[in-house]
Design a protein around this ligand. Structure first.
Ligand code: SDX
Length: 428
């Protein structure tokens, strides 16, 4: 017998079905609320208590700090899988066989050319343009050069659009970086692996050979896996709602990139390094900044701390912190901001303001320290987050489209003026 929830309003009782997920998450399914009650809706700014969908892709348990992609623990995937394997897992639901993985990469390599005309769009941006704005624009511009990938309904057409994006997005990321650096735009080398080729496209100098450093490739592979999906976060919800209007995959992903850019979301990885650098320049006085973070009258926030879902350690932050020590050690990089970050974390975890609010380091707190050690400029950090999140966005978009979810259109409670007559200019 399925459980029900009862809402009592205006002396009447209304029953609604309870939905229970495979990890025993429980929801009141209120599809008929407005109709049954003659107009009642729910109100939940920021959707802190509202589920937008049922999804089989990623499971988070914020209280216990658990993250799984299609049932596999993030710790196991980060240690054992390749980014392309994880992309396949998120999008198609199972870890690929070698044959399936080989076919995926072969299909990707066939689509890895980007129309040369796209370079004219890139040329239109000043070197000072933020890479996230450039990447969002170039991703949207892909629509014009790949019209068959726009309104896709069949699984085959979806697959072709997905392959085009997995193939061309890393090229756009590399071009965005190289344009800022005044470097020629490269297509990389299809004899390399997916992640190794991304590094070559990003860092190969025109007059030199480029040898992929296995330490760098392994670190980037792990970072991309850790960022690959995170259920219904702000940018993924954006991808879903834009996709729900059938605007197409490229347009949905372009919108997701813009949502991720915000400093409260993916933009935090850039903001963390800028914050740590600011503390270093200011003499490294972490106590001063802890005080600012707790002062309600001070807009300063401890960037990289806190999370809407995790009220325990973000499991990704634990892995990245450990990896930061390993990667910087292997690369022989000394970065004083790593010690400042560790000092801030220690102080915060002993401070009642953070402990009471369950504010722990999140995925963005240590990631920038590794990106910097890999030679990636600070303004490109959120682009690297987007590169990692691409398969998750694609998986969530595909799930939404295959389930034929309705167009996303929330209600509101109107609090403006009641009916009033037009006022001629002379009476205003
Ligand atoms: C990502 O959702 C996802 O899954 C996102 C993500 C993903 O993989 O997609 O995990 C990636 O976006 C990680 C988060 C990156 N953002 C930051 O690091 C920015 C700093 N963090 C905060 O702005 C904040 O913690 C959020 C935005 C992450 C979460 O905000 P919420 O859930 O809306 O919580 P809130 O702002 O209501 O804060 C609750 C309390 C408040 O204090 P009180 O009003 O209760 O007294 O905690 C305080 C806040 O002032 N607080 C902080 C703080 N974060 C929350 N105080 C100081 N520093 C902080 N960082």
């Amino acid at each position: 017998m399925s459980k029900k929830a009862t809402i009592e309003f205006d002396g009447k009782k209304y029953e609604f079905p309870i939905v229970v997920g495979t990890e025993n998450e429980v929801a009141i399914q209120i599809k008929s609320l407005r109709g049954d009650t003659g107009g009642l809706i729910t109100l939940d700014p920021g959707y802190k208590n509202t589920g937008s969908c049922e999804s089989a892709i990623t499971f988070l348990n914020g209280e216990e700090g658990i993250l799984r992609y299609r049932g596999y623990a993030i710790e196991e995937l980060a240690d054992n899988a390749s980014f392309l394997e994880v992309a396949y897992l998120l999008i198609f639901g199972e870890l690929p066989t070698q044959q399936q993985l080989d076919k995926l990469y072969a299909d990707i390599k066939r689509e890895s050319n980007v129309d040369e005309e796209m370079k004219k769009i890139l040329d239109g941006f000043p070197k000072s343009a933020h890479p996230m704005g450039v990447l969002s624009s170039l991703t949207s511009a892909l629509i014009a050069f790949n019209p068959s990938a726009v309104n896709v309904d069949s699984e085959e057409d979806m697959y072709n659009a997905i392959i085009k994006l997995l193939a061309k997005f890393p090229v756009l990321v590399a071009w965005t970086l190289r344009k800022r650096q005044g470097q020629p735009l490269d297509y990389g080398d299809s004899s390399l692996g997916y992640v190794e080729n991304i590094l070559k496209m990003m860092f190969k100098k025109p007059s030199e050979n480029y040898e992929v450093d296995p330490v760098v490739a392994s670190a980037l592979n792990k970072l991309l896996i850790l960022h690959a999906d995170h259920e219904q976060n702000c940018s993924t919800s954006t991808v879903r709602i834009v996709g729900s209007s059938h605007a197409g995959l490229f347009a949905s992903i372009s919108a997701g990139i813009s949502a991720l850019w915000g400093p409260l979301h993916g933009g935090a990885n850039q903001a963390v390094i800028e914050m740590l650098e600011g503390i270093k320049q200011d003499g490294g006085d972490t106590k001063k900044y802890m005080k600012k973070a707790k002062d309600k009258n001070d807009p300063f926030r401890l960037m990289g701390f806190g999370h809407r879902v995790y009220k325990n350690f973000d499991p990704r932050a634990k892995i990245i912190k450990k990896s930061a020590d390993e990667v910087l050690g292997k690369l022989g990089v000394q970065d004083p901001v790593l010690d400042i970050a560790k000092g801030l974390e220690k102080e915060a975890l002993e401070d009642s303001y953070f402990v009471d609010r369950k504010l722990y380091p999140n995925v963005d707190f240590y990631s920038g320290i590794i990106y910097r050690a890999l030679g990636i400029p600070t303004e490109m950090f959120t682009v690297m987050f987007a590169l990692g999140r691409l398969p998750g966005w694609i998986a969530q978009w595909r799930e939404m489209r295959l389930k034929k979810e309705p167009i996303g259109r929330p209600r509101q409670v109107y609090t403006g003026e009641n009916l009033r007559s037009f006022k001629p200019m002379e009476n205003r």
